[in-house]
Design a binder for this molecule. Structure first.
Ligand code: HEM
Length: 138
């Protein structure tokens, strides 16, 4: 993995106190810029904000443990095959996630931090879309 773990952890620590305000901002950003994905999210959005926030926290907390992170992402990817998520949706979701993190990190957000999150998101996308394809083919 090519991202800088220290930068990910320190920037996440700056954003973490904002809690699900971050994932709320994320969904508003995503649905404003990509209204076509809105119909995929049937579940009550507040519940989804909690789930996504917990998933991001769990991933960041386990980043040193590659096996655990890969296992979490494979499960997540396999379930996403059933949510109607497609590989081409991932850049839109990534852009909104980075926008939300940048918004709440404020002055603490730097180009190096942005590049690290982008690299981490690319890795996450690769593992999840592989698992989606496997689950979709099964
Ligand atoms: C870093 C990438 C992503 C992460 C960490 C993530 C995380 C999650 C989590 C934790 C859930 C809750 C259910 C579960 O655990 O299975 C979920 C549900 C969902 N995700 Fe994602 N997701 C990601 C990317 C995407 C993408 C690219 C799409 C495509 C638009 C998407 C669409 C959905 C949908 C439709 C649901 C179900 C919502 C509902 O039941 O209403 N996700 N996601």
């Amino acid at each position: 993995m090519t991202f800088d773990l220290t930068l990910i952890k320190s920037s996440y620590a700056a954003v973490e106190p904002h809690g699900t305000a971050v994932t709320k901002y994320f969904y508003e950003h995503l649905f404003t810029h990509h209204p076509e994905v809105r119909p995929l999210f049937a579940r009550h959005l507040e519940e989804q904000e909690d789930r996504l926030w917990n998933a991001i926290g769990g991933l960041v907390a386990n980043l040193e443990d590659t096996d655990t992170v890969v296992r979490i992402l494979q499960g997540l990817g396999a379930r996403h095959a059933g949510y109607g998520a497609r590989p081409e949706h991932f850049p839109a979701v990534g852009a909104s996630l980075l926008a939300a993190l940048a918004h709440f990190a404020g002055d603490a957000w730097t180009p190096d931090i942005e590049a690290s999150w982008a690299a981490l998101y690319d890795t996450v996308t690769a593992v999840m879309t592989d698992a989606m394809a496997t689950a979709g083919a099964a």
